[in-house]
Design a protein around this ligand. Structure first.
Ligand code: PEP
Length: 246
C-alpha cells in the first residue's frame, strides 16, 4: 500500500519544518509506504529533516534528458543525487499548463527509469469523456501512448482530471472498473503486473471508501496532504484497512 503526498507548489521552509515536527511523534507501519513530493528546491531540505523516518521523497517531474540547455527543467539524475527515489510523470497539471504530450511523457518516464527512479505515471480523463462514456477508451489510449518501452518500477496513478482539487470523486464501481482495465492493458502489453493508485480529491472522509475498492493499491493525495494531521489520518486509514483485511 502506497500513500503519495503531492505538495505541488505549496509549503515553504517554515511550514515544511512544522510539518516534519509532527511526523516524529507518529508511529509508521512497515506495511504502508509513504512518499512526499515537495517543491523541487526543498527536496534536500526535506530529506535532511526526515532522514530518520521511513518516508521516501520524490520529484514532481523530470526531463527526458540527463543534461543540456533546458532552462528551468530538472534532470532525473539530479533528483536521484538529492535523495529522490520516486518521480511523478504526466500529472494533469503538467499536461495542461506545460503542454506535455503523451509522447513527451513517455520520454520523461523512460529517462526516469533509466536513471533508476521509480515512476508514478499519471493518467486521467476529462469530465466530457467520462460523461460521454469514453473514459475506458480514452485512458487505454493515453496509457499505451505514455507507457515506456522498458517497463520497470512504474506505478500508474488513475487521476480523473475532473476530480483533482474539486472535491468530486468517481463512484467506487467506476474506480474498480478503471483500475481493472489499466491492469489488464498493462499486462497485455508488457506481461507485467502493475500497481494502480487512485488520485483526485482524496481526503480523510472518503479514504475508507476509496481503499475499500479491491484493486486500489494506494492513493496519490494533493490538497489533503498539505496538513500533517490529514496526511497522517489518511496514512492511518490505510494501516487500519490493511489490518482489517488480514
Ligand atoms: C493531485 O494533484 O495529484 C491530486 C490528486 O490533487 P487533489 O488531491 O488535491 O485532488
Amino acid at each position: 500500500m502506497f500513500i503519495a503526498a503531492n505538495w505541488k507548489m505549496n509549503l515553504d521552509k517554515v511550514s515544511i519544518s512544522k510539518f516534519c515536527d509532527d511526523l516524529y511523534n507518529y508511529k509508521f507501519s512497515s506495511k504502508v509506504e509513504a512518499c512526499i513530493f515537495p517543491p523541487m528546491p526543498y527536496i534536500d531540505y526535506l530529506n535532511n529533516l526526515i532522514k530518520d523516518l521511513p518516508i521516501s521523497i520524490g520529484g514532481q517531474n523530470c526531463h527526458y534528458k540527463l543534461f543540456g540547455a533546458f532552462t528551468g527543467e530538472v534532470s532525473p539524475k539530479f533528483l536521484l543525487d538529492t535523495g529522490c527515489e520516486y518521480v511523478i510523470i504526466g500529472h494533469s497539471e503538467r499536461r495542461t499548463f506545460n503542454n506535455e504530450s503523451d509522447n513527451e511523457i513517455k520520454l520523461r518516464a523512460q529517462s526516469a527509469i533509466n536513471a533508476n527512479l521509480k515512476v508514478i505515471l499519471c493518467l486521467g480523463e476529462s469530465l466530457f469523456n467520462r460523461e460521454k462514456g469514453y473514459a475506458l477508451e480514452f485512458i487505454e489510449k493515453q496509457l499505451l501512448e505514455c507507457l515506456p518501452d522498458d517497463f520497470r518500477n512504474v506505478q500508474v496513478a488513475y487521476e480523473p482530471v475532473w476530480s483533482i482539487g474539486t472535491g468530486k470523486i468517481p463512484n467506487v464501481s467506476d474506480i474498480k472498473e478503471m483500475h481493472d482495465h489499466i491492469k489488464k492493458v498493462v499486462f497485455k502489453k508488457t506481461k507485467k503486473k502493475v500497481k494502480v493508485l487512485y488520485g483526485g480529491s482524496v481526503n480523510v472522509d472518503n479514504i475508507g471508501q476509496i481503499l475499500s475498492v479491491i484493486n486500489v493499491d494506494g492513493v496519490l493525495v494533493g490538497g489533503s496532504s498539505l496538513k500533517v494531521k490529514d496526511f497522517l489520518a489518511i496514512y492511518s486509514a490505510a494501516v487500519k484497512h490493511l489490518n482489517n483485511s488480514i
